[in-house]
Design a binder for this molecule. Structure first.
Ligand code: ZN
Length: 503
């Protein structure tokens, strides 16, 4: 007697199909799982046996062997409990092969036969859809997230017993419904708006440009200048997500185990502390889990006091800043996750923070200051599009009442929305920003007036701009032109862009 049940597991940012084959023969009663089963799959034996017995089914009193194919595929996690249990119900004649034909099953079983949600459900549904399956059965607490995917029927399973009844046409299971989804916010609740920040008009202007064109920005200045507030307000200036972005972000959060049933509706804002491990920021570990740079995909990665981060972490940011994705190598395979984040970083002028401050004395030595500023290497600095310095707010400004207006924030947010619309029209696609342009595309798609070109040529010689800096200046200038509703880059746009390239 042989049985076959179809399943799938997440594999990095993708999914892989798995065939669960069961065989039953005479001999001493035994239950074995083969096919590169790791420890978690061995534990599955106990769960599957208990779930079957506690759901009032009988567990065969014979030699049962389960083979997970393909054998060379490394199978992590608990995804295969459900297909293994179904395989055994077929071997023992409680279900027939036709009951599961053309269907795909996934889920972890608890000892009493209830289904537990799994990570990466979107990966599984994507591969099922690609392979031509029309029906997928997932744990009920994955169903809401599964509704993000259309063109395939997804059933939510609460218990092994109810699934059995449904397969026997004696009960109905809930079906994924895009109108019935749970929502969640990914960033910390934060209600900071630009109107909450006193003064700092130049910094607010820079932030408007940075968000409008998705440019990486470094804010330098003494403690108390409002750098962190600016970054938080930036999170509230971000545009809403496109449907594709929503799927990708939700998928990442699901793989990371941070949201197994919710749909991520907002752009992420992540601010890892500088003591966080390299793995937690870049990604990796035994399960090749996505790190902070992937969790901030299409949102903001905020690195407060960036020179405090270990050099190795900062250098590891270079490749993702360029490629918008990150490759994590494990012993037996390489996993690639998206990491298209906008970097917002802050730094003090020196380790104590008071260099250049007329009211406090800087206690740092020249060597300490140099060492601190050098922690941001040239190549990393080159990948930051905009660099601004903020001054401490004048004490007399602090006395002015803040009020509860949100006028400033609303105006800036509207400007950003319009500038994004212009980019969408120019590039013919949503979610593509000036900062995403390659050097080739810059030369091909952007127009500059003669005076702006001359200004750029002069400045690049004078400031000794690298090729990367040269193109970044043009891209920032284009965003300034977009905010100014201009179709071509004028000299004044380029002049402003150049002010953000100073180190
Ligand atoms: Zn100092």
């Amino acid at each position: 007697m042989v049985s076959k049940v179809n399943s799938a597991i997440p594999y990095g940012f993708e999914g892989r199909l798995v065939e669960v084959e069961g065989d039953m023969s005479r001999g001493l009663p035994a239950f074995n799982i083969v096919g590169m089963a790791n420890k978690t799959i061995n534990e599955a034996k106990d769960r599957v046996r208990s779930a079957i017995v506690n759901s009032q089914f009988s567990f065969p009193d014979k030699k049962v062997t389960i083979n997970l194919a393909p054998a060379e595929l490394h199978k992590d996690g608990t995804y295969l409990d459900l297909p293994i249990a179904l395989s055994i119900l077929i071997l023992s004649g409680q279900l027939i092969k036709d009951d599961v034909k053309g269907k795909l099953f996934v889920g972890e079983l608890s000892l009493d036969g209830k289904l537990r949600p799994v990570r990466g459900i979107i990966n599984i549904i994507e591969i099922a859809k690609k392979a031509g399956y029309k029906e997928v059965y997932v744990p009920i607490n994955n169903l809401s997230q599964a509704s993000l995917m259309d063109g395939i029927v997804v059933y939510g399973v609460d218990t092994l017993q109810n699934l059995f009844l449904a397969l026997k046409q004696q009960a109905k299971l809930p079906i994924s419904n895009p109108d019935d989804v749970k929502h969640t916010a990914t960033r910390r609740l934060n209600d900071t708006i630009l109107d909450h920040i006193r003064g700092q008009q130049l910094a607010k202007r820079a932030m408007e440009i940075a968000i409008a064109g998705r440019h990486n920005i470094l804010i330098s200045g003494p403690p108390g200048a409002g750098k962190t507030l600016l970054a938080k307000a930036a999170a509230n200036l971000l545009p809403s997500l496109t449907p594709e972005e929503k799927i990708d972000i939700t998928k990442i959060y699901s793989i990371a185990g941070l949201a197994t049933d919710e749909i991520i509706e907002e752009r992420p804002f992540r601010n890892p502390h500088h003591t966080a491990s390299s793995i937690s920021i870049i990604g990796g570990g035994a399960m090749a889990t996505p790190g902070e740079i992937s969790l901030s995909h299409k949102g903001i990665l905020f690195l407060d006091e960036i020179p405090e981060f270990p050099r190795a972490v900062l250098e590891a940011l270079r490749q993702p800043l360029e490629d918008k994705r990150v490759s994590i190598s494990r012993a037996n395979r390489k996993t690639t996750y998206p990491a298209d984040f906008m970097l917002v970083a802050t730094m003090n002028p020196c380790p104590c923070g008071y260099l250049g401050d007329p009211t406090h004395e800087c206690k740092c030595t020249e060597i300490q200051i140099q060492k601190y500023q050098k922690k941001l290497s040239g190549p990393l600095f080159d990948r930051i599009d905009m660099n601004i310095t903020v001054e401490k707010v004048d004490n007399s400004d602090l006395l002015k009442p803040l009020g509860d207006s949100n006028d400033e924030h609303t105006v800036v947010k509207n400007n950003i929305t319009e500038a994004i619309e212009r980019q969408k029209n120019r590039y013919g696609k949503e979610g593509f920003y000036n900062s995403s342009l390659s050097s080739f595309q810059v030369s091909k798609k952007l127009k500059m007036e003669q005076a702006a070109e001359e200004l750029l040529t002069n400045a690049s010689e004078r400031l000794n701009l690298s090729a990367r800096s040269y193109f970044k200046t043009i891209k920032v200038a284009q965003t300034i032109a977009d905010l100014d509703k201009s179709d071509i880059i004028l000299a004044k746009h380029l002049a402003e862009a150049l002010t953000y390239r100073r180190r």
